[in-house]
Design a protein around this ligand. Structure first.
Ligand code: ADP
Ligand code: ZN
Length: 731
């Protein structure tokens, strides 16, 4: 028999399938990982097909070994590989790598097998004890210890000596087997709250599981009981002997949230997230593959969980940008989920309070089902949102970062012993350092972006590559000693609050305070326990955390995300304000949100104040249609990256030229084609050029294939070229 093998070689452009002979002694099936000779070396590879004969002219080399004692890639995933490779223009091997734990390649992580000691079958504890001599103290102790469930040899050996174990084995009282020792991630246990679903929740479960549509948008504000609906659907699916995938944004994968799943489903849950060690990740993955766990809970990469017979896939906070992978290989979680849903005949649920425009459009046009949740659980009220005009503040003489209203409310909240959360979309102390005299802005040498001053370690840091710089005491361009700081960040806000409210206890959460593993959860749980009065933070504090004592939310400079040079900035701002508002007044206390802005009459704020997503949608979708932006068009960016600027420019021009040629013959398929430097010209010392296109949607697939063809035909020596579709981040 012959195996078609994709060799796992990282550096080369090789993405061909090679035939190898399967030795008679070896049982090989599609999806197995194997060791094969390749050129003069040996390498790992994936078997994608097994066949009778080969068309190959030369003599085939044999497979050297099978690498695992299981089949790592399911048949479904091999189909998915073909699909993703074609649609996203990815190398086959890059797609396959998404399907297995990274450290499995090269055998860098394996299952741990250890000796495990149990009573030999047919032997009872009493029998063993009565036939052992009274002075065989250690052997008797071991028999007593292992009881019915057994124990690791290492544990027994430590306590009672290894010779006692061997003696017992020789006498035939115990047996020693190699058993997998699982590296289990530590999960906080939370008590399982058994709730009775409301009528609205029950109806939602009904429609998801037995409704007309197999894909549904579950549209409900935070606290409307979506998670309870997920738990209930998953419970049903598991009871029917099927499996489930539950996806949440990495940042919402809090111990609380994982604990809730663990409490309900126990060991049937495997978690996959970035905080796991390589060993833990591997063991959790293997439990899913072997069917020991049947629910995968994790961030976007968990969409590739090695589960068979999937009954439901849930994408919570479906609008979240993290579902689009921006690193190579680029993919969109929703598309993978849709493929797996169809393959398995499963249900797909997209949950959100602020769905992406694209998803909501599909829902109201009837392509997928729309399940609105109109009430918060137990009729909790939505918070009041108050908009403060910061221009008016300045006119009345307040140049500070806190409006009079917000300051007053923080004071009141402190007095009432409740908690506040203050959101600002920038970390550090100030966004940049500028010379007052010549206007020089301090920039990163490698990245062409301005540096941010970090007060606590008095350094300037690059937020792209992390490189630190010493703060200059004079302007490096003109020698002026008066260097001024630009806009404010989290650190500055903390300082201002500490000055205004002496004795206030503040926790800060941003990339700087959460660098250490576990620190993110520590800050959140300290805040939940009431160890601080105010939590100041960036994006990180926005997502689904439930703090019963928070009654005030302050949003500083809500415009910041509004004026990004990006077509979805209005959508992003609406999401942010809505989510942030969802933090206030979750328990029995009423919530207040104070939103500071320089454009108080912008429609984003008017609609988010009333929590009116449908009206926001109607307005925004109109804007998109008139201006020809997604979802009415598709944005495609070809990004060319090279250490050699000339090379990047030359390659960009070549590709642009060919695309323009194609465009001329197919005017109707394009709205726009533009070549330019990327907004950030240089990152980590690599120059970046881009071609930005908007495609009309009638023939988008064909046009995209043509673009891939053009890019693939180009010699890319000394450069990298990425094709991105609707990129979330246009740096
Ligand atoms: P969401 O995911 O929409 O934010 P959750 O499912 O987390 O909402 O529900 C919010 C809170 O209300 C949770 O503490 C949850 O346990 C509780 N809850 C949800 N549904 C019910 C119910 N039917 N009865 C009582 N409590 C509920
Ligand atoms: Zn940098």
């Amino acid at each position: 028999m012959i195996a078609e093998v994709i060799v796992d070689i990282s550096t080369s452009e090789i993405d061909k399938i090679f035939d190898y002979e399967i030795p008679l002694s070896m049982a090989i099936s599609a999806g197995d990982r194997v060791k094969v000779p390749f050129g003069r070396q040996k390498t790992e590879g994936f078997v994608v097909r097994v066949k009778e004969s080969s068309d190959c002219k030369y003599e085939l080399k044999p497979i050297l070994a099978k690498l695992d004692d299981f089949t790592a890639v399911l048949p479904e995933m091999i189909s998915l590989m073909w699909e993703m490779s074609e649609k996203n223009n990815l190398r086959l091997v890059d797609v396959l790598r998404l399907f297995i734990p990274a450290m499995m390649r090269g055998g860098r992580v394996r299952e741990i097998k250890r000796h495990f000691v149990t009573l030999k079958e047919g032997v009872t504890q009493e029998e063993a004890l009565s036939s052992l001599k009274p002075n065989a103290i250690n052997q008797r102790a071991i028999i007593a210890e292992i009881g019915k469930s057994g124990e690791w040899a290492s544990v027994l050996g430590e306590k009672f000596g290894f010779s006692a174990i061997s003696a017992l084995a020789e006498k035939g009282f115990v047996s020693i087997k190699d058993v997998t020792k699982r590296r289990a991630p530590i999960l906080k246990s939370v008590p399982d709250k058994i709730v009775t679903l409301s009528e609205e929740q029950k109806a939602a479960v009904e429609r998801i599981m037995r409704g007309e549509k197999s894909e549904n948008l579950l549209f409900g504000v935070t606290g409307s009981g979506k998670t309870e609906i997920y738990l209930s659907c998953i419970g049903e699916v598991i009871a029917a002997g099927k499996t489930a995938i539950m996806l949440v944004p990495e940042i919402s994968l809090t111990p609380q949230m994982m604990g809730r799943f663990r409490a309900r489903f126990g060991d049937k849950v495997a978690v996959l997230h970035s905080g796991l060690s390589d060993g833990e990740r591997y063991d959790e993955w293997l439990r899913l593959l072997r069917g020991d766990a049947v629910i995968a809970v994790g961030a976007r990469s968990a969409v590739f969980a090695p589960l068979k017979n999937i009954g439901i896939i849930i994408i919570d906070e479906e609008h979240d940008g993290s579902y689009v992978s921006e690193n190579n290989p680029r993919y969109v979680t929703h598309e993978v989920a849709a493929f797996r849903r169809a393959f398995n005949g499963a249900k797909l649920v997209l949950g959100s309070a602020t769905p992406s425009l694209e998803t909501y459009k599909r829902a109201i046009e009837g392509e997928i089902g729309l399940i609105p949740l109109r009430n918060r659980v137990q009729s909790k009220k939505m918070p009041t949102v108050e908009i403060v005009d910061m221009c008016a503040e300045i006119r009345s003489g307040n140049n500070g970062i806190l409006s009079a209203r917000l300051e007053e409310e923080i004071g009141r909240t402190l007095k009432e012993k409740n908690q506040s959360m203050i959101f600002i979309n920038r970390r550090g102390f100030a966004s940049f350092m500028i010379c007052k005299k010549c206007g020089k802005v301090m920039k990163c040498e490698d990245c062409d972006v301005s540096l941010t001053w970090h007060k606590s370690d008095n350094l300037l840091k690059c937020h792209y590559c992390g490189k630190p710089y010493v703060v200059p005491d004079r302007c490096p361009a003109c020698g002026e000693s008066d260097m001024r700081l630009g806009r404010v960040g989290t650190e500055k806000v903390q300082e201002v609050l500490e000055k205004k409210f002496p004795g206030v206890r503040i926790l800060r959460m941003d990339k700087d305070t959460t660098r250490r593993k576990g620190s993110y959860d520590e800050i959140l749980s300290a805040f939940r326990m009431g160890e601080a009065d105010i939590l100041v933070g960036t994006q990180m504090i926005v997502k689904g955390h439930d703090f019963p004592n928070v009654t005030l939310v302050g949003i500083l400079d809500a415009d910041m995300s509004l004026y990004y040079e990006d077509y979805h900035s209005a959508e992003r701002t609406f999401q942010l304000v809505t989510q942030m508002s969802g933090r206030a007044g979750r328990a029995d206390k009423d919530g207040l949100v104070i939103l500071q802005t320089y454009s108080p009459r912008h429609y984003v704020f008017a609609f988010s104040k009333d929590n009116d997503y449908p009206s926001f949608y109607r307005k925004e979708i109109n804007v998109r249609e008139v201006t020809n932006f997604p979802p009415f068009t598709k944005i495609v960016r070809v990004l060319v990256v090279s250490e050699d600027e000339e090379r990047a420019l030359e390659l960009t021009k070549k590709i642009l030229f060919k695309i323009r040629d194609y465009q001329k013959a197919n005017e109707k398929d394009f709205v726009q084609v533009a070549g330019m430097k990327s907004p950030v010209k240089r990152i980590e010392n690599k120059f970046r050029y881009q071609i930005l296109m908007r495609l009309t949607r009638q023939r988008e697939d064909a046009t995209l294939q043509k673009i891939y063809e053009i890019v693939n035909a180009e010699d890319k020596k000394g450069a990298q070229v990425f094709v991105e579709i609707n990129p979330q981040n246009m740096n």
